[in-house]
Structures are given as structure tokens and as C-alpha cells.
Design a protein around this ligand. Structure first.
Ligand code: ATR
Length: 277
């Protein structure tokens, strides 16, 4: 029998998740359906009750519910607890179990570019919000050579560093300091929303000089090439946009729901088509 899946968010009419997941269901010949559930923050608890009552088989969670959803779930896996946010829920016979697939989704897309080289990279992560937390967690657990978090509000960077200290020692810096030291990093990752459409002329940092063979990654996918990535490419860097992370988290969620590893390349093509890339 066909099962229902969906995305819980607020003002999410532009989400590409339904097209991506419904295509993957079709490819795998599963009679399931994925749809958007636009939920006002005040109605989140009611929405979760509705999900249980209607026996919705699984769902993703996006802005602004990724943290708030946690108190309404029956179980939260260790990674999601550590990150402090849930983006995927599995309905296991009425028990709602929360996961975070953003972190491994990002790591998978990054490894496609860096390969094993990642282990020897000096990494700068810009930003210290929810996305940064998921990415720093995955990098610290994987093990990179060194990791610095730069943020406008330094206290938030320090909290993430503290929470990941059992994996590795993480340093923090101001945006200005990191901007002046860009040449020391093999990998620079923007996790802030600076540069996202419609503010496409903005960039979190100015790039003057980059290390040879540097990789610059932006979790933004609209536009596909942010100003940061354009500037980095002009300086000879390898660039990675946010499509890989989006597809990566979706593919891992799909696998949790169905037990099937979907065709990630095809998912990526579907998303790129939507973005006009
Ligand atoms: P998300 O959960 O999507 O990561 P978030 O929690 O709102 O979003 O975090 C956004 C990040 O972008 C934060 O690190 C934020 O800096 P602060 O911690 O100082 O708020 C950063 N950010 C957003 N807009 C910014 C701006 N105009 N200049 C500098 N940093 C900005």
C-alpha cells in the first residue's frame, strides 16, 4: 500500500523536496507520495499529533521547526541529539524517531570532491548556526587536520567548539581574523545565508589570496554559484555548491524510510533542473 511522507516547515512553497522524493519513489516503483505541510510554529504540536493519527510514515523538518520538533518526538538518535536539531523523522509503528541527515549528507557530498585528502585539510567553517553545527559535527567526527569556526557572534562558535571537543580541539575566530588568514586553509565552508538569493551580491568574506588547491564550499544552492564561489573560482579554487548537501540529506532520509539507497545522481539532476542549472 502507498505510504505518505512529507516536509514540515513554514512558508516552504518553493521546496524542491517533493519533486525529488516523488521522482525517487517512481524510479524505485514504490506507490508512495511526498508532500508539503506548511505548519505555523504555534501549531507544531498539533501537526505532530495529526501525523501520528494519520499514520504518516515519515517526514523531513525544515526551518523553523528543526529544533522545536524535538520535544514532540518519542526518540532522538545520538547524532541528532549532539547536533541539537532533527531534519528527518521515521514513524516506526507509531513511535516517532528523529534523525539528522544534514551532517552525513554534507560529508558525503564533500568527500566526492576532496576524497581522502579531507583528513589532511586545515578547515575554516564560517557561521555558527544550526547548519554549521551539523557540518562541524560531521567534520570533527570524521577527523580533519585542524578546524576553525569563524562567526560574527564568537560565543556561538565557542559553544559548538566546546560541544565537539571530545572529537578534536576546535579553534574560533572573528570574521575579520579569518578573512586575513584565508591563505592558511585548504577548505573554506560558508554555512551562513549571506549571498543567498535575492542578496546575490553579498559574500561572508572577501577573498584576497587562497592556498593552492583550496576547496571553497557554500551550503547555499540558490544561486548555484554564489558571489563567494565566483570569487573563489576566479582565484583558482575548486568550488562546491549546496546542491550536494541538499541531495545528500534527502537521499539518506529516503534510505531511512524505505531501506533503499536511491540514485543520488538522478536526484541531483532533478534538483538542478528545478534550479535551472
Ligand atoms: P541556520 O540554522 O540555517 O544555520 P541560523 O541559526 O540563523 O541559521 O544561523 C545563521 C548563521 O549565519 C549565524 O552564524 C549568523 O551569525 P550570528 O551567530 O552572529 O547571528 C550568520 N549570519 C547571518 N547573517 C549574517 C550577517 N549579515 N553577517 C554575519 N553573519 C551572519
Amino acid at each position: 500500500m502507498g505510504k505518505l511522507f512529507g516536509l514540515l516547515g513554514y512558508k516552504i512553497s518553493h521546496s524542491m523536496s517533493p519533486i525529488m522524493h516523488n521522482d525517487a519513489f517512481k524510479v524505485e516503483q514504490l506507490p508512495h507520495h511526498y508532500q508539503l505541510f506548511d505548519v505555523d510554529p504555534e501549531k507544531l504540536k498539533d501537526a505532530v499529533c495529526g501525523i501520528k493519527a494519520l499514520n504518516i510514515a515519515g517526514f523531513n523538518i525544515t526551518i523553523p521547526h528543526k529544533v522545536a520538533i524535538m520535544e514532540y518526538l518519542d526518540e532522538i538518535d545520538e547524532t541528532a541529539q549532539m547536533i541539537g536539531a532533527v531534519n528527518t523523522v521515521v514513524n516506526d509503528n507509531g513511535k516517532l524517531i528523529g534523525y539528522n541527515t544534514d551532517s552525513d549528507g554534507y560529508l558525503t557530498s564533500l568527500l566526492e570532491v576532496t576524497g581522502d585528502r579531507l583528513k589532511n585539510m586545515d578547515v575554516l567553517v564560517i557561521g555558527a548556526g544550526g547548519a554549521s553545527r551539523a557540518i562541524v559535527y560531521s567534520l570533527a567526527k570524521y577527523g580533519v587536520k585542524s578546524l576553525v569556526i569563524a562567526n560574527r557572534t564568537i560565543e556561538k562558535a565557542e559553544t559548538i567548539a566546546q560541544d565537539c571537543k571530545h572529537f578534536m580541539q576546535i579553534k574560533t575566530s572573528t570574521m575579520k581574523e579569518s578573512e586575513a588568514n584565508l591563505v592558511n586553509f585548504d577548505l573554506i565552508i560558508n554555512t551562513t545565508s549571506i549571498g543567498m538569493s535575492p542578496n546575490i551580491d553579498e559574500s561572508p568574506i572577501e577573498i584576497n589570496e587562497l592556498k593552492e588547491n583550496a576547496v571553497v564550499s557554500d551550503i547555499i544552492y540558490n544561486p548555484l554559484k554564489t558571489k563567494l564561489l565566483q570569487d573563489a573560482e576566479a582565484k583558482g579554487a575548486t568550488i562546491l555548491n549546496g546542491v550536494g548537501m541538499f541531495v545528500g540529506q534527502g537521499a539518506l532520509a529516503f534510505e531511512k524510510w524505505t531501506g533503499i539507497k536511491p540514485d543520488r545522481k538522478r536526484m541531483e539532476q532533478i534538483v538542478l533542473q528545478q534550479l535551472g542549472g
